[in-house]
Design a protein around this ligand. Structure first.
Ligand SMILES: Nc1ncnc2c1ncn2[C@@H]1O[C@H](COP(=O)(O)OP(=O)(O)O)[C@@H](O)[C@H]1O
Ligand code: SF4
Ligand SMILES: [Mg+2]
Length: 322
């Protein structure tokens, strides 16, 4: 079966605003990421702030081209495609953003927000668009009589339901969700995650689900990709990653991840020490400054991503430590 989405060694770099004392003016925001995503599956991308998750999301939704590497949709490269073809491909991949307050236009009613993608893409007549919007409201657990209300009249969880409904109006096969529940109360997070899983079952959606929080991912993911400073640290099926994390960074993240029941406690710092500057990452392993198992070799030689016990791991000592 062809993957709905395939990333091959995706890279994206940015010129940093050059300051007087900035040594290199280049941030490798995403530095060699590969994955495949099939229908009905959820690939979770996990990493601290600044690890390149949103940059990856923008490439996956064709909002930004990669600096290098390839993104394929349904087996077809997106780079060579002409504008019309790219647009068509892009409609099949929709995005849900983190902030349910900023991502919805406060001056538009829910009805207008939901019908807008259909209007822009000239789908159906006015009555058909309104009917589709009402049907989608019911699907995501909103009441149809809320059609004429404005975003500020809804709670954070309801707004995220609206954002999910908007993303689904064009019947995409892939939804890229960038920290979709991070701004919500813990008690509401589970409701939105459950909704997303129900919609996946019903519609066969594929999710690229981005989060800085492994405990959120534990529920919804089939596969997990752990990013550190733009580079993949570990990739594995979810069960296996949680049962036996092989990269010291994954191990540290997991050790700091409370169980779902204990999530009302204040979170511990995930990993000790500061994230190195993305402008000046360590020359060897990116994790060397914070790794409890680091050796001289780690400081000099960058570990390749390689198969270990059914995972892909970028650590010289994967399987031997932790
Ligand atoms: N448009 C941009 N211009 C310059 N640097 C950027 C830009 N977007 C992201 N970055 C940098 O790339 C790195 C990854 O950022 P981002 O993808 O937002 O990470 P995350 O979503 O995991 O927090 C950060 O160091 C960030 O400062
Ligand atoms: S390569 Fe070395 S520094 Fe990097 S994660 Fe493995 S043990 Fe730690
Ligand atoms: Mg982000």
């Amino acid at each position: 079966m062809t993957a709905l989405m395939e990333a091959r060694d995706l890279r994206r770099q940015y010129k940093a605003a050059s300051g007087l004392f900035v040594p290199h003016g280049l941030v490798r925001a995403v530095d060699g990421v590969s994955f495949t995503l099939a229908a009905g599956r959820t690939l979770a991308v996990v990493g601290e702030s600044g690890s390149g998750k949103s940059t990856l999301a923008r490439m996956a939704t064709l909002m930004e081209p990669p600096s290098a590497g390839e993104l394929l949709l349904d087996g077809a490269p997106t780079a060579g495609a002409n504008a019309a073809a790219r647009r068509r491909m892009g409609l099949g991949v929709q995005m849900v953003f983190q902030n349910p307050y900023g991502s919805l236009n406060p001056r538009k009613t829910v009805g207008a927000i939901l019908t807008e993608p259909l209007t822009i893409n000239r789908r159906g007549n006015r009555a058909a668009r309104a009917a589709a919007a009402r049907a989608m409201m019911a699907k995501v657990g909103l009441r149809e009589d809320q059609f004429g209300r404005y975003p500020h009249m809804f709670s954070g969880g309801q707004r995220q339901r609206i954002a999910i409904a908007r993303a689904l109006m064009l019947r995409p096969r892939i939804v890229v969700a960038d920290e979709p529940v991070s701004a919500l109360d813990v008690s509401i997070q589970a409701q939105v995650l459950n909704l997303m899983m129900d919609l996946q079952d019903e519609l066969g959606l594929a999710y690229l689900f981005i989060s800085h929080d492994l405990s959120v991912v534990r529920h919804i993911a089939h596969d997990v990709l752990v990013l550190y400073l733009g580079r993949p640290a570990e990739q594995a099926p979810k069960e296996s990653l949680f049962a036996r994390p092989l990269h010291p960074y994954t191990q540290a993240l997991l050790a700091a991840t409370p169980s779902v029941e204990a999530r009302h406690r204040p979170p511990r710092a995930a990993v000790k020490g500061e994230l190195p500057s993305p402008l000046n990452p360590p020359p060897g392993c990116a994790f060397v400054t914070r790794c409890p198992h680091a050796t001289a070799r780690c400081a000099e030689q960058r570990p390749d991503l390689r198969p270990v016990e059914g995972h892909l791991v970028a650590c010289h000592y994967a399987g031997e430590v932790g």
